[in-house]
Write a protein that binds this ligand. Structure first.
Ligand SMILES: Nc1ncnc2c1ncn2[C@@H]1O[C@H](COP(=O)(O)OP(=O)(O)OP(=O)(O)O)[C@@H](O)[C@H]1O
Ligand SMILES: [Mg+2]
Length: 392
């Protein structure tokens, strides 16, 4: 193996901020751009730094690859104080996507992506293969884009190239400063999903900066909310941030629609499901009627042999005698997969003008019922604890 290809297949890194302070103005008491910042990002997690403009996000990120040195405190990567490391060597092990993508205008896209592999002395063929592979990963056709120049790309395409470049040497740690800042909401959504998809396989440690709280909640396993003066207002998983904002500032920053945001983090599988009263075509109607009368929910769900739903019988429409027929069952409620978000589930109930949906497994078999009331209860801060699963 080439010694400089050791970077490939690296495990993710743990990053620790220990009482990190940065004052640009000299003097003990100058205003801090970053003030006593402490948190730990476990290996393989995405930590989002979010907060208003000027709160110290970029400064915090640049201290991790030593483009800026802290005034006090230390940063550890995998337990090692980075101030004892050679900054050049350190930077080669850290992927960095800067706020304005920063591609070299006179280099092709392929050359831009291979900057770090080139510095590491990889053979030219390996550099080229890696650039092509990464273009594929970020969803750009290698044959079309490899030999173009940055000015020949759209803003969104340039941002993908920026992400590909940061991934080039397979670094255990990525720093991303508003990587999707300069694109429209639809492209942004697409790039976010792509990064989450890639991350599901790569499991890098990523420090991701944004000033957009929705992006922070979507992308982060952990979110560090910063406020002016470079102070940490709260460090928590997104669901906890929404359920229990630590201060008035955080509550205002995450917004009045916290409940709705919580719904986009929670999934049908997080809810206790109601058992449905079911019957099969050909079953005795009188027996079905007895069972449904004993249940508080006045509907009977007809299912086929495999347990997949066919349709509903209203209690009032079940014949007193004879058998149940599939033809008499009325239209279906929306079907939810266990991974359907509560936000999507609620939207489907509203669109269908019904109050209950049917949760089904991969085989289409009924798991149970979900009502609009269940969803509303879950979205309340005192509802069942959300299990955040960003990236799933
Ligand atoms: N080189 C510098 N010299 C002096 N002050 C600086 C310097 N760089 C940044 N600052 C100040 O430090 C504070 C934090 O800046 P930083 O760039 O980290 O903010 P940010 O959170 O990334 O903001 P934005 O969301 O606008 O990118 C700001 O008040 C800024 O004016
Ligand atoms: Mg910034």
């Amino acid at each position: 193996m080439e010694p400089d290809e050791r970077a490939l297949g690296n495990a993710a890194a743990t990053v620790e901020f220990e009482h990190v302070t940065k004052r640009y103005d000299a003097g003990e008491n100058g205003p801090g751009a970053v003030n006593d910042l402490s948190f730990v990002v476990p290996a393989g997690k995405i930590c989002v730094l979010v907060g208003p403009s000027g709160c110290g996000k970029t400064t915090s990120l640049k201290m991790v690859n030593r483009l800026i040195e802290p005034t006090a405190g230390r940063i550890l990567i995998d337990g090692r104080d980075i101030s004892t490391e050679d900054p050049i060597g350190l930077r080669r092990r850290i992927g960095y996507v800067i706020q304005q993508t920063g591609l070299f205008p006179h280099q092709t896209i392929g050359e831009n992506i291979a900057v770090v592999p080139r510095l590491l002395g990889w053979p030219a063929s390996r550099q080229r293969e890696r650039a092509e592979e990464l273009l594929g990963i970020v969803g750009l056709d290698a044959a079309r884009y490899r030999d173009r120049y940055p000015s020949q790309l759209s803003g969104g395409e340039r941002q993908r190239v920026g992400v590909a470049r940061a991934l080039a040497a397979d670094p255990p740690l990525m720093l991303m400063d508003e990587p999707f800042g300069a694109v429209d909401p639809i492209v942004r959504e697409h790039l976010q999903n792509e990064l989450l998809r890639v991350q599901a396989d790569l499991a890098k440690t990523i420090l991701f900066v944004t000033h957009d709280i929705d992006e922070a909640i979507k992308m982060g396993d952990l979110v560090a909310v910063m406020q002016n003066g470079g102070r940490l207002a709260q460090f928590a998983p997104p669901a906890e941030l929404l359920a229990r904002p630590a201060s008035e500032f955080v509550a205002r920053f995450v917004g009045a629609d916290r409940g709705l945001k919580r719904m986009s983090l929670m999934r049908v599988r997080d809810l206790p499901l109601h058992a449905a009263v079911t019957a099969r075509p050909g079953d005795d109607a009188a027996d079905a009627l007895r069972r449904i009368t004993a249940d508080p929910f006045p509907y009977l769900l007809l299912v086929d042999r495999s347990g997949a739903p066919i349709g509903w019988f209203d209690e009032a429409e079940i014949p007193a005698t004879g058998t149940l027929s599939a033809d008499a069952a009325v239209s279906m409620s929306p079907l939810f997969a266990p991974e359907t978000t509560l936000k999507d589930a609620l939207s489907m109930l509203l669109d269908n003008e019904v109050q209950a949906g049917i949760a089904v497994d991969r085989g289409g078999r009924v798991l149970g019922l979900v009502t609009d009331g269940d969803i509303a209860a879950a979205a309340r801060p005192d509802g069942p604890a959300a299990r955040p699963d960003a990236g799933a």
